[in-house]
Design a protein around this ligand. Structure first.
Ligand SMILES: C[S@@+](CC[C@H](N)C(=O)[O-])C[C@H]1O[C@@H](n2cnc3c(N)ncnc32)[C@H](O)[C@@H]1O
Length: 272
């Protein structure tokens, strides 16, 4: 099995994942919208996290349908299973699985979703080919990836701050996910037809700099912080706060996300 280097950081992110602005919840909802699951359908949500796609998909497919969320991180799966039980979402389940080696029956789903995860995987091509196999002919897949980090305030200055501290700490701390992945090509190369790509900007507002700081600990930025020695981390925090405080307005601290959504269909369905 090809494993990712990011799954253990998500174990530590799982409990407090995506607080404050609901960034993943909003963008997960949007992906579900684009993929448009219908009542009674079966949906596979790959790298489901805390269910940003799973819950809106479960609502759409209704009691006659089913949504199966899978994720590599045990922590995420445990939290998601608890969320499913807590909300009483009877048509959803959660299980541990590597997106790059899906063990689901061929052709067993009407829709496959994968939000904000392909860009973390060492072998996204295997994952995309697995999504195709999981779908029935005519079934639809939708994936989303960030085009860049969600950064509030002066993006260039904050990026430079991250870069300079990564350099000071050594190259391991500079490891970044593959932002801006060409998911349209990825789906086409995997064999999907009718591939459509949409790029959208969405604005998120953090209440203040502390809210942004806490949020960053619940996403993969955490692995950067965890690689900084304690004194560098504290210096980074102070410098980031000093940089961002002037950007806080009465509304809060704004950040714009740019997301690439790609949707494709497994060939061979009616009329194809
Ligand atoms: C940024 S989160 C996105 C979660 C969710 N889809 C959302 O939109 O909120 C990335 C998720 O991908 C999962 N992940 C990373 N690599 C994976 C892999 N190879 N297989 C399955 N899940 C993976 C992580 O554990 C994490 O839950």
């Amino acid at each position: 099995m090809t494993t990712t280097t990011w799954d253990s950081v998500y174990d530590r992110c799982a409990a407090g994942y995506d607080p404050h602005v609901g960034h993943f919840a909003v963008l997960g909802y949007r992906l579900v919208d684009l993929v448009d699951p219908l009542p009674g359908e079966r949906v596979l949500d790959v790298a489901a996290g805390r269910g940003a796609c799973l819950f809106p998909a479960a609502e759409r497919v209704g009691p006659a349908g089913a949504v199966h969320g899978v994720d590599l991180s045990e922590g995420m799966v445990a939290q998601l299973a608890a969320d499913i039980a807590g909300r009483g979402t009877a048509n959803a389940t959660a299980a541990r699985m590597d997106a790059q080696a899906l063990t689901v029956a061929e052709g067993s789903y009407d829709r496959v979703l994968c939000a904000f995860a392909l860009f973390l995987m060492p072998d996204p091509g295997s994952a995309a080919r697995g999504f195709l196999r999981a779908l029935r002919p005519g079934g639809r897949c939708g994936v989303s990836v960030p085009m860049r980090e969600l950064m509030p305030g002066d993006r260039a200055a904050l990026s430079e701050l991250f870069r300079s501290f990564a350099l000071r700490a050594g190259t391991a701390a500079g490891r970044r996910p593959a932002f801006g992945m060409d998911t349209g090509r990825l789906l086409a190369d995997a064999g999907f037809a009718d591939v459509r790509v949409v790029e959208e900007d969405s604005e998120f507002v953090f209440a203040d700099v502390s809210a942004w700081w806490e949020w960053t600990w619940t996403v993969n930025v955490r692995s950067f912080y965890e690689r900084l020695p304690a004194d560098l981390l504290e210096e980074f925090r102070e410098r980031a706060f000093a940089l961002l405080e002037p950007a806080v307005t009465r509304e809060g601290l704004r950040a714009t996300a740019r997301t690439r959504f790609a949707v494709g269909t497994r060939p061979g369905g009616p009329g194809m």
